[in-house]
Design a protein around this ligand. Structure first.
Ligand SMILES: *[C@@H]1O[C@H](CO)[C@@H](O)[C@H](O)[C@H]1NC(C)=O
Ligand SMILES: *[C@@H]1O[C@H](CO)[C@@H](O)[C@H](O)[C@H]1NC(C)=O
Ligand SMILES: *[C@@H]1O[C@H](CO)[C@@H](O)[C@H](O)[C@H]1NC(C)=O
Ligand SMILES: *[C@@H]1O[C@H](CO)[C@@H](O)[C@H](O)[C@H]1NC(C)=O
Ligand SMILES: *[C@@H]1O[C@H](CO)[C@@H](O)[C@H](O)[C@H]1NC(C)=O
Ligand SMILES: *[C@@H]1O[C@H](CO)[C@@H](O)[C@H](O)[C@H]1NC(C)=O
Ligand SMILES: *[C@@H]1O[C@H](CO)[C@@H](O)[C@H](O)[C@H]1NC(C)=O
Length: 524
């Protein structure tokens, strides 16, 4: 396991970067509630989007219908899905996907026999100490930050206004990166195929806010304090009759942080994190995390939440259109901070090259370096404005291999540039296309630290035609990597949640059939 130790050592050597450290990525501005703007948008035209999948070619027809028709259509939300090729690979949205085309016959399409067959989810009704009480006690979710504004609106946070044209004034929120436990539980409450009969269920959802909960004590010295509620939850779980059916191998849980927060190796107070992912019971389950361990593929990585939470498919289409049309005056940009103390990190080199290039926009976060024109990287509008006006967005590793910023860039239609395959390719195998070159650029980090690679030259070698094609691919990924507004009952698009739930159901079905193969193994 030489590679294990090397990687671990590297991670430890990487000094904490304030811009990317576990809590630094969250927006910290206090925001005025803009509910009035949200309400006003409801008066706008009502769209009904119907997406038809034809083999690998996806076509999208969006009909503008009177309100009455949209209510009729609403009763069959399952008929509307964003295009996804049948093998689970995302299909690119072609430019014609945005053509608005009236077709009233889509209204009368017959409903499928039972679209819930094989898709039922049983969700436990857990004692409030495992979920609701934590939200109610939001003032204590973090030792020094007030998380209450971020648990608002089912975990989306406070609504953002249009911020001078950066956002459309609808569907955008000041979302903290560690809120998925809450967002996905809310989403699951409105899942169309819930059942109270666990024997019917394809999978069992455990609404324990493991990620949110662990945030309270990650900096507490006592391992027993950190582990207490997680042990309590497991103890509760393994006593359920529903658990006994498969020893938990049909259960899944969302722990909306990276795996490294739950992989403590021993009960030594100096070691980081809890042991959640090391308990035998939890190893039987599927845990959805923001980043998995490269050496243990039993859990699944899902996208970090972004600021975008569309309420309907029309919101996504409108945003994709904006992302296509926006003027991208910068060839590349970087939003982040240097790692203090070393000139040799990838970040230091990125910042050096960016400063030296007239084609690069540096959104330089403070990160402990004082008086260096630091920008407010916690400002959703500030970060998104830069990404929306850039063709490529540099995504070096953060504290861990992955970064929330990658998903903010994709949502902005900015082509991500990675320096390490572990930053995306080996992680988001469910959500990203297998062919990495279609939507991203990889510049191996060794070339940067050796100072023999120019980022600008590498990117300029890509033809404008190819850049356009890649950007279209990135824009086509948007629905797949965002989490729809969990309160919406008529989303009509296949979002990151749907992709993840489908993968879990798929995995459990294989386990039932006695196939050991893991959903992710096909990727490796
Ligand atoms: C409308 O939909 C029907 C059935 O899906 C299709 O056969 C027809 O070609 C469509 N018409 C237009 C104008 O797209
Ligand atoms: C399950 O049972 C609860 C409590 O009786 C009820 O509120 C809920 O609607 C039921 N859900 C389904 C999907 O039948
Ligand atoms: C750890 O948590 C316990 C229980 O809440 C508390 O009493 C203690 O002061 C905390 N210790 C530190 C160092 O934060
Ligand atoms: C985990 O699954 C295995 C295999 O089904 C089973 O033998 C074991 O008892 C399960 N563990 C727990 C804690 O339920
Ligand atoms: C990975 O998790 C499995 C349980 O799912 C466990 O048996 C195995 O020891 C773990 N492997 C490593 C390398 O930690
Ligand atoms: C980094 O490089 C600059 C000049 O290139 C030098 O002045 C500075 O001392 C270096 N810092 C470190 C920590 O090596
Ligand atoms: C740059 O240096 C690295 C590390 O020495 C090496 O692996 C890589 O091949 C070099 N790249 C080029 C383009 O020379």
């Amino acid at each position: 396991m030489k590679s294990t130790t090397t990687f671990a050592a590297e991670m430890q050597q990487d000094p904490v970067d304030a811009a990317d450290k576990p809590d630094g990525g969250a927006p910290r501005r206090s925001l005025v509630c803009h509910l009035a703007i949200l309400a006003a948008t409801f008066s706008a035209l009502v769209f009904y989007a119907h997406y038809a999948v034809q083999g690998n070619m996806a076509s999208v027809i969006v009909s503008s219908l009177p309100l009455l028709s949209s209510i009729t259509v609403d009763q069959n939300p399952g008929s509307a899905e964003l295009p996804v090729a049948l093998d689970g690979e995302p299909a690119p949205l072609t430019p014609r996907a945005t053509v608005l085309e009236a077709n009233r016959s889509t209204m009368t399409a017959p409903a499928p026999a039972n679209r819930c067959d094989g898709r039922y989810i049983y969700m436990y009704d857990m004692p409030a100490r495992f979920n609701e009480d934590l939200v109610r006690d939001c003032g204590n979710l973090h030792p020094w930050l007030d998380m209450c504004p971020y648990v608002a609106n089912d975990g989306m946070g406070m609504p953002l206004g249009d911020e001078g044209g950066v956002f459309p004034g609808r569907g955008w929120y000041s979302t903290d990166q560690f809120m998925l436990d809450l967002i996905l539980h809310s989403r699951m409450k409105r899942y169309e195929c819930l059942t109270n009969d666990s024997s019917l269920a394809a999978a069992v959802f455990v609404p324990f806010y493991a990620g949110l909960e662990s945030g309270r004590f990650l900096y507490n010295h006592s391992t027993s304090v950190r582990d207490a509620l997680q042990l309590d939850a497991i103890d509760w779980l393994v006593r359920r009759p529903e658990w006994a059916a498969m020893g938990g191998r049909d259960h899944f849980l969302v722990a909306g942080r990276t795996t490294w927060d739950f992989r403590r190796k021993a009960d030594v107070d100096e070691l980081w994190g809890t042991k959640l992912l090391r308990y035998p019971a939890v190893e039987n389950m599927t845990v959805l995390v923001l980043e998995t361990s490269p050496w243990n593929r039993t859990n699944l990585a899902i996208p970090y939440p972004t600021y975008f939470h569309p309420e309907t498919a029309a919101d996504v289409l409108a945003w994709q259109e904006k992302a296509r049309k926006t003027e991208r005056r910068w060839l590349f940009s970087f939003a982040g901070a240097p790692r203090p103390g070393s000139n040799k990190t990838v970040r230091a080199e990125i910042i050096r090259q960016c400063r030296a290039s007239s084609g690069c926009k540096l959104f330089h976060c403070g990160g402990g370096v004082v008086g260096d024109g630091a920008a407010d990287c916690n400002s959703p509008a500030g970060v998104m404005r830069v990404f929306e006006s850039s063709q490529f967005c540099l995504q070096p590793r953060g504290d861990t291999a992955t970064r929330r910023s990658t998903f903010d860039a994709i949502v902005a239609g900015c082509i991500p540039v990675f320096f390490h395959p572990g930053s995306a390719y080996t992680q988001y195998t469910l959500h990203f296309p297998r062919d990495h070159g279609r939507y991203s650029v990889l510049i191996p980090h060794a070339g940067l630290t050796a100072r023999n690679v120019s980022i600008e030259e590498t990117l300029r070698k890509i033809s404008p035609e190819e850049v356009r094609r890649m950007r279209e691919e990135v824009i086509g990924l948007i629905p797949r990597v965002v989490y729809a507004d969990p309160r919406s009952r008529r989303v009509g698009l296949k979002d990151a949640f749907d992709v993840a739930v489908e993968a879990v159901i798929d995995r459990v079905a294989k386990r039932r059939r006695g196939e050991g193969a893991d959903v992710r193994e096909r990727e490796h």
